[in-house]
Design a protein around this ligand. Structure first.
Ligand SMILES: [Zn+2]
Length: 294
C-alpha cells in the first residue's frame, strides 16, 4: 500500500506533489508542501481497512510518504500502536511524493538533492515508527538515473518501483549489487488478462469490474508453477474514500462498498491452496537463497 496524501499529483515546477482536491478546489495552497497535502481520504480509508488487515493478520507493506506519515501520526497517535504489528512492514515513498524522474514536473533533482530528500524521509519515518526501514517505492513508480545508487548508499535492501510484463507470478532480482527489485506486474495487452496492472486503481475508479480483476489475479496464479515467485497487490491509502474521476470524497456507504470489494479479492486469493500472503521483507527472509547476485 502506498501511503499518500489524497491522490498525489505532480505539478509543473513543483518539487512536492499536490493532493487532487487541493489542486481542484483550494488552488491558493498549491505552493506550500504542507498545505498541499490533505489526508481526509487516507484518514477515512485507514479507519475502515486497517481493522480488516489486523483482524485477518494480512502481511502488508506501507510505503510511507514522510510528510503524510508525519501529519497522520501527529493527528492520530493511537495508530502508532495499531501499525505496530509483526506482519506489517514499512517502506519509503518520497518525502513530499517527489517526481524524481522530473518527467511531469520538468524539475530535475541533483543527486545530492535527491539523496537528502530520501535520507530525510527515511529518518523521519524511522523516528515516527521506531523501526528500521529497508524498502522503497518511488512516487509515480518513477526513479531517476541516480535513485538506485542513492538507495544502496542509504542502506535500503529492496525497491519496488519497476513494472514488469508477465502472465504469471515473478521473481525478485538484484537490480544492483545490493539492491533487490520486487517488480509490479503488468499483464501484456495481447494476453487473456488484457493489459492489467496489479495496481487496483481501475477497480476503485470504476474502470474495471471486480469479476474481471479477480479472474485476472486467478489466471496469474494458475500460470505460476513454482512455490516461490510472487504477485503484489497494490493500492493507495486514500482510494477507498476518494474518487478521482468523480472529483469527490466518498460516503460511508461507498467506502464500505469499496472495502467489501477489496475483501472479495483477498478472499478469492486466500482460498487458493499454495498461495501465501507475504511482504518483500518476509519473502527475503525465506527465499534469499534463490536470488542470483548481479
Ligand atoms: Zn503515491
Amino acid at each position: 500500500m502506498d501511503f499518500d496524501r489524497d491522490a498525489a499529483f505532480p505539478m509543473k515546477e513543483k518539487k512536492h506533489a499536490v493532493s487532487k482536491p487541493i489542486q481542484l478546489k483550494e488552488t491558493e495552497k498549491i505552493d506550500n508542501p504542507v498545505k498541499s497535502a490533505t489526508l481526509e481520504g487516507t484518514q477515512r480509508s485507514v479507519e475502515f481497512f486497517l481493522p480488516y488487515l489486523i483482524d485477518k493478520k494480512i502481511p502488508t507493506t506501507f510505503y510511507f510518504e514522510a510528510r503524510s506519515a508525519n501529519i497522520f501520526l501527529d493527528r492520530n497517535p493511537e495508530y502508532l500502536e495499531k501499525l505496530n504489528q509483526s506482519y506489517f512492514e514499512f517502506g519509503i515513498h518520497g518525502y513530499d511524493h517527489e517526481d524524481f524522474s522530473g518527467l511531469e514536473t520538468g524539475l530535475i533533482f541533483s543527486e545530492k538533492d535527491e539523496y537528502n530528500i530520501i535520507s530525510e524521509a527515511k529518518k523521519k519515518v524511522e523516528s515516527l515508527l521506531s523501526k528500521e526501514v529497508i524498502g522503497f517505492r518511488a512516487p509515480y513508480m518513477r526513479k531517476s538515473v541516480n535513485t538506485n545508487r542513492i538507495l544502496e548508499s542509504l542502506g535500503f535492501v529492496y525497491d519496488s518501483s519497476v513494472y514488469q510484463e508477465s502472465i504469471s507470478s515473478i521473481f525478485p532480482y538484484y537490480e544492483t549489487r545490493n539492491l533487490v527489485e520486487f517488480p509490479v506486474i503488468k499483464t501484456p495487452k495481447n494476453s487473456k488478462m488484457n493489459g492489467m496492472y496489479t495496481y487496483l486503481w481501475p477497480l476503485f475508479e470504476g474502470k474495471r469490474n471486480l469479476e474481471d480483476i479477480i479472474s485476472n489475479y486467478l489466471e496469474l496464479v494458475r500460470n505460476s508453477k513454482d512455490g516461490v515467485s510472487y504477485i503484489s497487490v497494490n493500492l493507495h491509502s486514500w482510494h477507498f474514500a476518494y474518487n478521482i474521476s468523480k472529483e469527490r470524497y466518498l460516503t460511508k456507504g461507498e467506502i464500505e462498498e469499496n472495502l467489501k470489494t477489496f475483501r472479495k479479492l483477498i478472499t478469492a486469493l486466500e482460498n487458493i491452496k499454495d498461495v501465501t500472503f507475504s511482504t518483500p521483507e518476509l519473502w527475503l527472509k525465506e527465499h534469499d537463497n534463490v536470488l542470483v547476485k548481479s
